[in-house]
Design a protein around this ligand. Sequence first.
Ligand SMILES: [Zn+2]
Ligand SMILES: [Zn+2]
Length: 179
Amino acid sequence: MKIFVPNLEKHGGGFTPYVQQVPLISLGINLPGDAELYMTVNVLAASVTGRVLVRGHWQAELTGECSRCLEETVYSMKEHFSEEFKISKGPPHEARERGAGEAEDILFYTGDLLDLKEYLRQSFLVSQPLKILCRDDCKGLCPGCGADRNRKECGCREEIVDPRLRSLTALKEKEMRRR
Ligand SMILES: [Zn+2]
Ligand SMILES: [Zn+2]
């Protein structure tokens, strides 16, 4: 995604909306399977005193393996961001500089075009979920027989080791019988 900064300057500090579907492959991200994967980027950009403010979010629908039951599953990623970019003089480079006493990072760009490619690429990479789940309450595979417990009860018994839990279970069973 590229933002032509002189266009922003015409708006005198006002925010201009940009929406674009960015193929992940164009960001240098090569995920196995579907080559048509993309992220939808939805931002507002403004040019304010030599800086370009970009804020908004990107989202992507992806497929992967559920880390509990190993089923192929569709999951989505979404990341909100708000960044400041500054024009860099001199040779083109991508630099990060921490402003004195400021917590935010200022990213640099060269020329009239602010290219968000590298920024989006890194944002995507650091947002990878640690765990993909087909659903929050996925029961996963039985450690005993390997059956997918979302589909069937395999009948394997899991030993309750904790004696406190055991007495709780006994209590529960008593109560059930009473009803
Ligand atoms: Zn699952
Ligand atoms: Zn089992």
